[in-house]
Write a protein that binds this ligand. Structure first.
Ligand SMILES: [Ca+2]
Ligand SMILES: [Ca+2]
Length: 141
């Protein structure tokens, strides 16, 4: 009986050691760009920029891959790695910018807003340029 339990334990330990390597693929993204707030140019300084991997399965939540803050002119570079179940499955990167840039036609933003930007599936060592992300337009996700 004890030898049977040991046998099972050994089997599970070996399975756990090898499964993650077979079942997931990890890829890294480095994205640079610029956030721009046309309604108030001070609102694109030091905004929080997060790089996520979109995960669509019902038991998953999107993985945070990396985070950074924009500089005084809104420029940023964010990088990080993500993995997805299955060797065929690459991370699906996108960027969330949290800011207080007023919408077009307004002079103040009362609450913090989120702007979503898609990122090409370009993985390191290649870099990807997301270009200029307009914060004053309504692109909330
Ligand atoms: Ca994913
Ligand atoms: Ca993932």
């Amino acid at each position: 009986m004890i030898s049977r339990i040991l046998e099972l334990l050994t089997f599970f330990t070996i399975s756990l050691l090898f499964l993650p390597r077979i079942e997931a693929v990890t890829k890294c993204v480095r994205a640079h760009g610029q956030v721009h707030c046309a309604t108030d140019v001070f609102r694109h300084e030091k905004v929080k920029i997060s790089l996520y991997d979109h995960d669509s399965l019902p038991w998953e939540s999107d993985d945070l891959m990396g985070r950074t803050y924009s500089d005084d002119e809104g420029r940023f570079m964010v990088e990080g790695c993500g993995d997805d179940f299955g060797p065929w499955n690459e991370p699906d990167p996108y960027i969330v910018v949290e800011h207080r840039c007023p919408l077009q036609g307004h002079t103040v933003a009362i609450t913090r807003r989120k702007t979503i930007a898609e990122v090409w599936k370009t993985f390191m060592p290649q870099e990807t340029n997301v270009g200029v992300i307009r914060l004053d337009l309504n692109q909330d996700g």
